[in-house]
Design a protein around this ligand. Structure first.
Ligand code: PNW
Length: 482
């Protein structure tokens, strides 16, 4: 497709934006909500940049009407958000708090009234602290608790929400949460992380069954994976082996059970010094291997790896935050490299070919399964002009490149049904705090005022017309407060 050919999407394509509860809601002590592992973690000195927390975040809990109106004004027709588990089930067990559920009922009604299709993520990393105190994801019990929570939310919202996502990026929950410790709960136990990964898979399976039991059959259930395009630094056998190892730990550990009903044998071999996988019980893999209605793919950047003995230059650069502990259990002999090319403010290399590659891989591995890009976007150095406008041409270029890759994959036979930009608005970027801005809408953290950036205008135009505007078009962003 040449630069001048208009990039046109199918008429039914969903043009959405995504957020998650802890990153935007604030109101952490309201209406019966109790702490999640992210409240505890962010309030622990040294865990997040500047000690920042989601206590207030962007106050979406109180400003959701304004936020929905903004989405409608921009022209979006879909919105992916997550439900905060400790708002709904403060101890992670037992009966639901109606006031917590009511917030999500109001939010969904507001979206539907504006013609915006809600997609609900049940778990975007905010485990009730009480469940972590009982052992967290390394404990099997947590998967059963998740299924009960899924049942509650499915019953409450299943009549008005059609798109359901069980878990967001279980890789991050397991390996950043329990191995490298850069995410909550901040543990650094690789064997526990591998158990967590299995229990997250099990939670997805049991949660899917629970949802289907209480929801209308037309609803769809999926999971959002941060599948990784893993590339070997060279074609040397040692580098190819390193890439295969990381592929198992990034992708196979989830794709295997979810799509094929089995873990890769090579994963067992590589992690044998850490675990004998006896936590995988009879029947678990069948429970995980449910037919999915779709697959959700979150993509930001590819990974470039080699054997650690490689004489290639470059320090460890896996983009997963600073920790003395690796998020890759059993892969200490693998080195990570900065992929060449321009980077975003996260230091993540911009490479839309990785997105095309992953979409085509899913298309081969899960033939016939509709795909959604449930997250994609960039952190940029956004600063308001003196007139209050925020120009972000880098983000427009990023979105144009990645949406073009999605369109190319559709042309190559992939069934991609929608795209959710990460993120609707600037928010709490986990361990990085508020310093990293992913939003299409700028948030002034002093006043909490929302101002669409030029990328929001650009993306809204794409959403309304189904055609990507040329990236160079001078998109005029709003001035503050308009
Ligand atoms: C995803 N990594 O997080 C999450 O789903 C979002 O909540 C987050 O804001 C967004 O991407 C941007 O970071 C990730 O280290 C965090 O590989 C870390 C990694 C990947 C995804």
């Amino acid at each position: 497709m040449s630069e001048t050919t208009p990039v046109t999407f199918p008429p039914a394509f969903l043009w959405g934006a995504a957020t998650s509860a802890y990153q935007i809601e604030g109101a952490v002590r309201e209406d019966g909500r109790t702490p999640s592992i992210w409240d505890t973690f962010s309030h622990t000195p040294g865990r997040t940049a500047g000690g920042e927390t989601g206590d207030i975040a962007v106050d979406h809990y109180h400003r959701y009407r304004e936020d929905v109106a903004l989405m409608a004004r921009l022209g979006l027709n879909a919105y992916r958000f997550s439900v905060s588990w400790p708002r709904v089930q403060p101890t992670g067990r037992g009966p639901a708090v109606q006031r917590g559920l009511d917030f999500y009922r109001r939010l969904v009604d507001e979206l539907l009234a504006h013609g915006i299709r809600p997609a609900v993520t049940l778990y975007h990393w905010d485990l009730p602290q009480e469940l972590e105190d009982a052992g967290g994801w390394p404990e099997r019990e947590t998967a059963y608790r998740f299924a009960e929570y899924a049942h509650i939310v499915g019953e409450a919202l299943g009549d008005r929400v059609e798109q359901w996502i069980t878990l967001n990026e279980p890789w991050c929950s397991a390996f950043l949460g329990y191995a490298s410790g850069v995410h909550a709960p901040g543990r650094t136990d690789p064997a526990a992380a591998l158990r967590a990964a299995h229990h997250l898979n099990l939670a997805h399976g049991l949660g899917t069954t629970a949802l289907r039991a209480v929801m209308p059959a037309r609803n769809t259930v999926t999971i959002s994976l941060n599948s990784t395009a893993v590339r070997p630094l060279s074609q040397r056998p040692a580098d190819l082996a390193a890439a295969r190892r990381i592929d198992d730990l990034a992708n196979g550990v989830f794709h295997g059970p979810l799509l094929h009903g089995a873990y890769p044998e090579s994963l067992f071999t590589a992690t044998a010094p850490l675990t004998d996988w006896s936590h995988v019980r009879d029947g678990d893999l069948a429970a995980v291997h449910q037919p999915l209605d779709a697959l959700g793919l979150n993509y930001y950047t590819p990974s470039l790896v080699s054997a650690a003995d490689s004489d290639a230059p470059g320090p460890r650069a896996d983009g997963h935050g600073a920790s003395a502990h690796s998020p890759w259990p059993g892969a200490d002999d693998v080195a990570f490299h900065q992929a060449p090319g321009e980077r975003t403010e996260m230091g993540w290399t911009i490479d839309p070919t990785g997105l095309h590659e992953l979409i085509m891989r899913y298309t081969r591995e899960a033939p016939g399964l509709p795909l959604y890009i449930t997250e994609n976007g960039a952190a940029c150095d956004d600063k308001p002009d003196p007139d209050g406008r925020v120009h972000d041409p880098e983000r427009i270029a990023y979105l144009h490149g990645h949406l073009s890759a999605v369109r190319r994959a559709i042309g190559d036979g992939a069934d991609v049904r929608g795209y959710y930009l990460w993120s609707l608005m600037d928010n709490f970027e986990w361990a990085y705090g508020y310093d990293k801005r992913f939003g299409a809408v700028y948030v002034d953290y002093g006043t909490l005022e929302r101002t669409p950036k030029s990328s929001a205008r650009w993306y809204g135009e794409a959403a309304r017309t189904g055609v990507l505007p040329a990236p160079g078009t001078p998109w005029t962003p709003d001035t503050a407060g308009t």
